[in-house]
Design a protein around this ligand. Structure first.
Ligand SMILES: NC(=O)c1ccc[n+]([C@@H]2O[C@H](COP(=O)([O-])OP(=O)(O)OC[C@H]3O[C@@H](n4cnc5c(N)ncnc54)[C@H](OP(=O)(O)O)[C@@H]3O)[C@@H](O)[C@H]2O)c1
Length: 290
């Protein structure tokens, strides 16, 4: 096993200004030579760069605004990397889009955005960047996914499916490149909370929730150990380890319970939906503008 070339390396983080991506940027800023921060929020990229430079004035920080759901913008990102002679040692695929809605009620645009950010983009960037890593005989890909990959999750049908892609993709790719100096790891967190946020309460028991910062620390540590998958947090880790032991029928029953729970909260219609596709049924947490 080769530890991924983090120290004094160049790390590209997709979805760098929010959540886990921001915490990973902070952690890595103390160790890498260059960070390339990509996000769709231009207004959050510059303050993050300033923060990281204040922590480590010798750090090289490149920032690039890009909506990774837009193929033209991704082409522009790849051209930007070439133009700046960026040799990516480690790729962190962290930007993802989630859903909280009955699938039939979701806007197709939203589903498409999800497929692009969660499936198409990690596949494309890995394809583009893996070749040069293999030539150098060193590199790493850290795929930030979700424990949803292992659940039957009504209300998040497309999201859970995209996470299964990331699971299968990571596991197979890892075996293909393991002996050629490349580390490939998937992080599959459960519920997280932001220490910086005012409201850290939630519907999930505190035993299962960990902070974004801890999630990032555990993700990085597992990646450096070359683990195929990291389940951050003690409670979540045990649930994830026990899940494969459950028969699929039982998982379906749990899914049915979850669906009933959503309906009880009056977040989903009791039977067949009565609204048209132009009036999507949204669940709590789903931005209404989405
Ligand atoms: N937070 C959790 O509880 C949790 C739990 C399990 C798994 N995860 C996984 O962890 C990863 C990161 O989640 P997070 O909660 O840390 O996410 P986040 O706070 O939303 O941060 C991700 C960053 O990526 C950006 N982004 C999203 N779509 C993009 C696009 N098309 N182009 C460019 N940038 C884009 C986000 O912008 P916006 O803010 O505009 O979206 C945000 O700045 C995801 O893969 C998620 O599935 C998170």
């Amino acid at each position: 096993m080769h530890p991924p070339p983090i120290d004094q390396g160049t790390v590209l983080i997709i979805g760098a200004t929010g959540g886990i991506g921001r915490e990973l940027s902070r952690l890595l800023s103390r160790r890498v030579r260059t960070l390339v921060l990509v996000d769709r929020h231009a207004e959050r990229l510059e303050p993050l760069r300033e923060e990281l430079l204040a922590r480590n004035p010798t750090l090289g920080v490149l920032i690039h605004r890009c909506d990774v759901g837009a193929p033209r913008e991704v082409d522009a990102l790849l051209a930007y990397l070439d133009a700046h002679f960026v040799r990516v040692d480690v790729l962190v695929n962290n930007a993802a889009v989630g859903d909280r809605s009955l699938y039939a009620e979701e806007r197709w645009g939203r589903v498409e955005e999800m497929l692009r950010a969660n499936v198409w983009l990690p596949a494309l960037l890995t394809h583009r960047l893996l070749g040069p890593m293999l030539e150098r005989g060193r590199g790493g890909v850290l795929n930030v996914g979700s424990g949803a990959a292992h659940l039957i999750l009504p209300g998040s049908a497309a999201f859970a499916a995209t996470q299964r892609f990331l699971d299968g993709f990571t596991e197979a790719l890892r075996l293909e490149v393991k002996d050629r100096g490349i580390t490939v790891t998937r992080v599959a967190p459960g519920p997280l909370w932001d220490e910086g946020a005012e409201d850290v309460t939630g519907e999930v028991a505190p035993f299962f929730r960990i902070s974004l910062a801890r999630c990032a620390r555990e993700a990085l540590a597992g990646f450096e150990r070359g683990e195929p998958v990291v389940y951050p947090g003690f409670g979540h880790r045990w649930v994830m380890r026990l899940l494969p032991l459950l028969p699929r029928g039982l998982k379906r029953s749990l899914g049915r319970l979850a669906l009933r729970g959503l309906r009880r909260e009056a977040l989903l219609p009791p039977q067949a939906p009565t609204v048209g596709p132009e009036q999507p049924v949204l669940l709590a947490g789903e931005p209404s503008s989405a």
